[in-house]
Design a protein around this ligand. Structure first.
Ligand code: IVH
Length: 668
């Protein structure tokens, strides 16, 4: 009896998968929605009655499982490169010229649509979907398998079993679904998504897969990154194989014999792009011959064998109502144009950056001018040019003040810089404010409740002048502020107290030393091991740190030489702010080792354990591979432990994390 049930379950799964394929990939359904639902219901019923036959790859599992707490990271086996852009037809011709110099065999091209969505990598093991990940920075992405599984056009099982396959594609939201989603959100009083790409990204980063499941996401797959068990020679064959395996491949592509044919195809889609039910932002042109890909290779970020032809950016006319200046934490005065609001490429735009004084002069932008705006890199609004023919005489040139608009100090342009900078330094109220806001921000000292508004209030009431003063605030001080009750005052004091125990790199970053970002802060903390050692380092010693060049070294030296900064640091130390890297740090004794954590490690949160390993120069990956050195096993380990055993990776049961890491370091 059960054998019969099992057979029926398998048959239903195959049938449903087949109908999915016909619907999403071939666009040629052969049954009605009603009949499809009936099959699905029968399968659901049987799986509930006979739970022994449940399978995570069954089509019933697309509805989305339990919500998660966060996303694990995934190290991509093959880097997910990005593409160089060609703006205009001439750039395509030049690309071909460069290419033809490097190859001696004839080539042709495949021109594909460039889907404006979110790049994802899908890994199949033994023909089954194992991991779905975002691109992230190309090396490390986020594990969004639970959300990917809810997308019906992503096969959970391949139509042909291959030992291993990693593919890359673009997740997107069809235009109508985006409009409908925003209508629903508006009715519910929720914030609207700016465009379908943001909506797709927001949906895939949902911690609750049921939400992702409800968003009608789709994926077009366009590349194979790892293939075992098949041989192919051209990109056109890649696309054909992907389709055979069950993936949705965008039907609009063309094999072109030369670049003029490619250009013709680009022109066609520039005209027709609005007829598609999803957004595209250009075309991707790829050399068809895969052996030529190997020969051409890649630059640091992108392959030489492909290029993105970008559509000209959408442009609109509007009026500059005013120009205002803001002062950043290093004193740079940045001008911004206040615009008559216009709808542009998916959002309403009412401000555009004017970068600096030269930019305004070169383009001759005046208050009251009619201007053409577009989005740079499709995101940041900018003024392209002025329409001088529309001037009527009332337009005004913008004068940069010679005094800081916030503190009145002198404004100067430093050597080799385009920026004008307020020379008020620590006396400039705007710089002081921005520095304190930066000090409290998430990657810095991470003081919850100390946002821009609170900082402004504290400054206004003269309760603080610099970041050290934060550590001397009292309950009484806080209660003297408007709209601050006992509870929020207590929370803020607790958050400030807690920040004293932060890692050294957070403090270094928080100090806001020019040119010292988060990455350099980590490297400096690891190298010097304490703030005192960093402050006492010569420029030569600073240059010994891998991530530090002459500009950063000079900036650090200047910072610590400044008596006012020394005073702030003295008072931070006196207040008990941690200035030491965690034990063993500075030795980099875990450098070159990759760890995977599973189960809960005694005494440490996942984040703390990760930080501790990273501080000692080790890496933490989210999934086990042959490249993993150690799997650290805590209480209630998950499937990573089985995988480690299967792959023969060393596993260690952790009783004391520090001791375990010391042991790993000794063997390193
Ligand atoms: S090929 C190494 N093909 O465009 C080749 N990319 O600007 C990598 N994209 O990050 C990409 N449609 O997310 C390729 N048909 C297509 C694409 C496509 C959209 C995205 C992709 C990539 C970005 C590059």
């Amino acid at each position: 009896m059960t054998a019969k049930v099992q057979k029926r379950i398998e048959e239903l799964r195959r049938q449903i998968e087949e109908h999915n394929y016909r619907y999403y990939v071939l666009d040629d359904p052969v049954i009605s929605d009603y009949e499809y639902d009936r099959l699905m219901q029968e399968l659901q019923r049987l799986e509930e009655q006979y739970p022994q036959f449940k399978d995570p790859h069954s089509p019933t599992q697309r509805v989305g499982g339990a919500p998660r707490e966060g996303f694990a990271t995934v190290n991509h086996e093959v880097s997910l490169l990005s593409l160089d852009n060609a703006f205009g037809e001439e750039a395509l011709r030049q690309w071909e010229q460069r290419l033809l110099k490097l190859v001696d065999t004839p080539v042709n091209y495949v021109a594909e649509l460039k889907i404006d969505g979110l790049s994802v990598a899908l890994t199949y093991e033994g023909g089954k979907l194992a991991v779905g990940a975002t691109r992230g920075d190309g090396q490390v992405g986020e594990d969004i398998t639970a959300n990917i599984k809810t997308i019906p056009s992503v096969p959970l099982r391949l139509r042909k079993e291959l030992p291993r396959l990693v593919v890359r594609g673009e997740a997107y939201m069809p235009k109508q679904s985006f409009v409908k989603l925003n209508e629903e959100r508006e009715a519910a009083g929720e914030a609207l998504f700016a465009n379908p790409r943001n909506a797709a990204a927001g949906s895939l980063r949902q911690l609750d897969p049921k939400v992702a499941a409800s968003r009608n996401l789709q994926v077009f797959v366009y590349d194979i990154l790892v293939l075992e068990g098949e041989e192919i020679a051209t990109h056109a064959e890649v696309l054909a194989l992907l389709r055979e395996l069950g993936f949705a491949v965008n039907p609009h592509y063309k094999v072109c014999d030369n670049i003029e044919e490619v250009i013709e195809y680009c022109r066609y889609w520039t005209e027709k792009r609005n007829e598609l039910n999803y957004d595209i932002d250009g075309l991707v042109i790829k050399v068809n011959q895969l052996d030529v890909h190997e020969k051409l290779g890649t630059t640091a970020k992108s392959p030489r064998w492909a290029i993105a032809y970008k559509f000209p950016a959408e442009q609109k006319e509007t009026v500059v109502r005013d120009i205002f200046l803001s002062v950043g934490r290093t004193g740079v005065l940045t001008p911004t144009a206040l615009l008559e609001p216009v709808h542009l490429a998916g959002t309403t735009v009412s401000k555009a950056t004017l970068h600096n004084e030269d930019y305004i002069r070169d383009k001759d932008i005046r208050i009251g001018d009619h201007v053409i705006v577009q989005k740079a890199g499709d995101i940041i609004p900018e003024v392209v040019r002025v329409l001088p023919e529309k001037r009527r005489g009332h337009e005004r040139e913008f004068q940069f003040p010679d005094r800081c608009p916030e503190c009145g100090a002198r404004v100067a342009r430093e050597q080799n810089e385009t920026a004008l900078r307020c020379q008020g330094g620590l006396a400039c109220s705007a710089q002081v404010r921005e520095r304190i806001i930066h000090f409290a921000s998430r990657d810095a000292m991470d003081i919850e409740g100390l946002g821009p508004k609170m900082v402004e209030q504290l400054l206004k009431h003269n309760l603080i002048e610099n970041v050290a003063d934060l550590y001397y605030l009292t309950m009484e001080d806080l209660l003297s502020l408007e709209r601050v009750g006992e509870k929020s005052a207590r929370n803020l004091l607790d958050a400030i107290e807690k920040s004293k125990d932060n890692a050294l790199h957070q403090l270094i970053f928080a100090l806001g030393i020019r040119h010292v970002g988060l990455g350099a802060s980590k490297a400096l903390a690891r190298h010097f091991g304490s703030l005192e050692a960093l402050a006492g380092a010569s420029e030569e010693e600073l240059l010994a740190v891998a991530d530090v060049g002459p500009k950063i070294a000079a900036s650090i030296s200047n910072f610590f030489a400044e008596p006012q900064n020394q005073d702030v640091i003295r008072r931070l130390v006196a207040a008990g702010v941690n200035t030491k890297a965690e034990q063993n740090a500075g030795e980099n004794d875990l450098e070159g080792l990759t760890f995977v954590l599973t189960g809960s490690l005694p005494g440490y949160s996942r984040k703390e354990a990760k930080e501790m390993i990273e501080l000692r120069g080790g890496k933490v990956a989210s999934s086990v591979s042959r490249k993993t050195d150690y799997v650290l096993v805590g209480q209630d380990p998950g499937s990573k432990l089985d995988k480690a055993r299967k792959l023969g990776v060393t596993t260690i049961e952790v009783a004391d994390l520090e001791e375990t890491l010391d042991e790993c370091a000794r063997n390193n």
